[in-house]
Design a protein around this ligand. Structure first.
Ligand code: BTN
Length: 331
């Protein structure tokens, strides 16, 4: 998607018809250029209807990211964040890692409509589409070293769980270490990358992907059960409000974490853990499988798994988790 395609998308986001001629005039290009620009939307899975005599319209209206709307929704916590919204980037995490190394301030947020190389945990790709998913990263600096940040990804998951509850999701929850789940399907995930050394200071780039309103074309590209906030909240969700809500929850969580680590958040996290007390199988990075019962999480965020050979402590990033019984749903 190039800059013209984004400008054309913004003109159609409301979901009403615009004639090719009016769009071409407003954007100072030919009608053929508009046609080509919109063709690029079709190619990535954003459906555009073309009706002779009426022009173009999107199959569904989109809420595009709007920095002013986000700032407004942030209210009194706006001053803690420095927000930048991009149309297109390879990955917001990659960009913020580069900026972290260059000394960018704590609280910098980069949100993007379109990531060409969005990354998930354990080397997976993160699929998203403009207007459908929230993809953003937050840089947060800590006086402590990278070792202190072990439970950070769980703390971030908790902030998201609080935020989606505020957005109307009744029975969302977490899957260790930080998948956001609704009725057994994935709503979002977190990718944390560190900059700094073990003794400190350090910086964390907290990358968050949240499915807001997923078209069928995107669902078909994802190899696991996923769901969006519009379905889970049974309402239309405003991506700008959701982004602000997550940042509003992240601020107190990160402030608490910077003082005392994950320990004070542990009890609430366990209440949100959909697999607490369940029999699970854990797939180790080498492909081996460990079966056990989830006893809880430790103060450093390690998963405590009771097995026939005793209690194991499993660290974030090393394993994935699957229920041996159908995925649980919270009450
Ligand atoms: C996962 O569940 O595997 C983690 C997904 C994290 C995706 C987000 S989208 C914004 C940020 N930029 C990236 O490239 N990845 C993270």
């Amino acid at each position: 998607m190039n800059a013209l395609t984004f400008r054309a998308l913004r003109m159609l986001a409301h979901g009403d018809f615009r004639s090719g001629e009016a769009m071409a005039r407003a954007l100072g290009v030919s009608r053929a250029s508009i046609w080509n620009a919109l063709q690029a939307l079709d190619e990535i899975g954003i459906e555009v209807f073309r009706v002779r005599g009426r022009g173009y319209r999107l199959s569904e209206p989109l809420t595009l990211l709007d920095p002013q709307a986000i700032e407004l929704a942030l209210g009194c916590v706006a001053s803690y964040f420095n927000l930048e919204v991009l149309d297109r980037v390879d990955s917001t995490n990659t960009l913020l890692m580069q900026r972290a190394a260059a000394g960018t301030a704590s609280g910098t947020v980069v949100a993007a409509e379109w990531q060409t190389q969005g990354r998930g945990r354990r080397g997976r790709e993160w699929h998203a589409l403009p207007g459908a998913t929230l993809t953003f990263s937050l840089l947060w600096r800590f006086a402590q070293g990278a070792g202190f940040l072990a439970g950070l990804s769980l703390a971030v998951g908790l902030a998201i769980a609080r935020a989606i509850a505020r957005c109307g999701v009744q029975d969302g929850g977490l899957k260790w270490p930080n998948d956001v789940i609704w009725r057994g399907r994935k709503l979002g995930g977190v990718l944390i990358e560190m900059h700094g050394d073990m003794l400190g200071p350090s910086a964390a780039v907290i990358g968050i992907g949240l499915n807001c309103r997923m078209p069928r074309s995107l669902l078909g590209r994802i190899d696991q059960p996923v769901v969006d906030l519009a379905t889970a909240a049974k309402a239309n969700v405003d991506r700008n409000a959701v982004l602000a809500s997550v940042l509003r929850e992240l601020h107190p969580v990160l402030t608490a974490f910077a003082k005392e680590g994950f320990a004070p958040l542990r009890t609430e996290w366990q209440r949100c853990h959909l697999y607490h007390g369940k029999v699970v199988e854990v797939i180790m990075p080498d492909g081996g499988v460990v079966n056990g019962t989830v006893q809880g999480v430790a103060d450093d965020g390690a998963l405590l798994l009771t097995t026939g050979a005793g209690t194991l402590r499993l660290h974030s990033g090393d394993v994935s988790l699957r229920a041996t019984t159908p995925a649980p749903v919270s009450a």
